[in-house]
Ligand binder design. Structure first.
Ligand code: NAD
Ligand code: UFG
Length: 339
């Protein structure tokens, strides 16, 4: 039965889409976000699109007192936890910031949840925890490892949550390991709004197409893949968000810790993405093949059949829809939410 969900990091890219779908599914949503990588405009647009209210608190998840007053004010039935830092390269430069915000921030949140006996949480993990997989597709029982502080923070949080579930079997914890989220809501009103130079492929391509950047640097043309460029499992952000709604709907029946891959099961190369963008947006994307990016792997895609079996979830949006929705968002908001 729908209730009240706390969404940490709810003003961000995946958080704003998930907030929208939770509202549409009949949940009330309370968002906690420090706006370090987002703006309130995303949630204003979610309210316009849904005609429903989002209760918002500008707070950092490390500020336990603020979290306590939110839990005092609201009877929270479950938490969807997105808040954290997510740039792999940056994490190698400022590792302590990643451990403090991601790991300590999560511990702070979990302590407050425990204090209020709110024991249901859905956590944003990442396919990065599989390191360089020996084979593809990847199932949830593959060995895990980390090559950078960002990935390690995700692994630590997963382990902390497993320890918690052992300490008290009343916890219901769902770890969602995302593959590569791209795309935007089909209204073109909300989407990904990276600060500065995008780290990820799709926002970079769309900024080239809209004329904000000259050309794409393709990191490596000599991988053992279909055309030498890296292959990833791109998943539409609305499909990904829908998995969170399904997870919240099922969480009470899943005791302890459950782990699911969220991907489509299909991989596309960088050059295939460039072609798909050309097709969908009608814009050429000039590119140049350069050196490999340190830490990148050749290919990675999910076996997401467990999420289908247990959560009743399957990605339904294909590559062209991901590209078209990205372009609708980017072309109608060339400066993101800053207008
Ligand atoms: P995002 O940066 O758009 O969203 C994160 C939100 O959390 C932002 O609104 C930010 O302001 C907020 N935030 C950050 N630190 C906070 C803190 N200490 N207290 C309160 N709020 C804080 O990122 P996203 O792409 O929406 O990612 C959401 C989650 O999914 C992250 O945990 C990320 O690691 C994970 N994830 C993302 C990807 C991806 O490619 N986008 C892949 C795998 C996992
Ligand atoms: N790429 C380029 N040029 C760019 C950006 C990326 O060629 O300017 C290539 C990369 O080399 C890779 C592919 O495009 O082959 C995808 O790269 P992204 O940076 O978009 O995504 P990653 O797979 O490297 O990493 C993403 C998130 C991580 C997360 C991981 C697994 O950034 O946080 O997916 O979920 F851990």
């Amino acid at each position: 039965m729908p209730g009240k969900i706390l969404v940490t990091g709810g003003a961000g890219y995946i958080g704003s889409h998930t907030t929208l779908l939770l509202l549409e599914a009949g949940y009330q949503v309370v968002v906690v976000d420090n706006l370090s990588n987002s703006s309130l405009e995303s949630l204003r647009r979610v309210e316009n699109l849904t005609g429903k209210e989002v209760v918002f608190y500008k707070a950092d998840i490390r500020e336990k007192d603020k979290l306590i007053s939110i839990f005092e004010e609201h009877q929270i039935d479950g938490v969807v936890h997105f808040a954290g830092l997510k740039a792999v390269g940056e994490s190698t430069q400022i590792p302590l910031e990643y451990y403090e915000q991601n790991v300590y921030g999560t511990v702070s949140l979990l302590k407050v949840m425990q204090q209020f006996n709110c024991l249901r949480i859905v956590f944003s993990s990442s396919a990065t925890v599989y390191g360089d997989p020996a084979t593809v597709p990847i199932t949830e029982d593959f060995p895990v490892s980390a090559t950078n502080p960002y990935g390690r923070s995700k692994l630590y949080i997963e382990e902390i949550m497993r320890d918690l579930a052992i300490s008290n079997d009343a916890w219901n914890i769902i770890l969602l390991r995302y593959f590569n989220p791209i795309g935007a809501h089909d209204s073109g009103q909300i989407g990904e709004d990276p600060q500065g130079i995008p780290n990820n492929l799709m926002p970079y391509i769309s900024q080239v197409a809209v004329g904000k950047r000259d050309k794409l640097s393709v990191f490596g043309g000599d991988y053992p893949t279909i055309d030498g460029t890296g292959v990833r499992d791109y998943i539409h952000v609305v499909d990904l968000s829908d998995a969170h709604v399904k997870a919240i709907q099922k969480i009470e029946s899943l005791n302890g810790v459950s782990t699911f891959n969220l991907g489509t099961g299909k991989g596309y190369s960088v050059l295939q993405m460039v072609d798909a963008f050309k097709e969908g947006a009608g814009k050429a994307v000039p590119y140049e093949i350069v050196e490999r990016r340190p830490g990148d792997i050749a290919e990675c895609w999910a076996d997401a059949s467990l999420a289908e079996k247990i959560l009743g979830w399957k990605a339904s949006r294909g590559l062209q829809e991901m590209v078209n929705d990205t372009w609708r968002w980017q072309s109608s908001n060339p400066n993101g939410y800053k207008n």
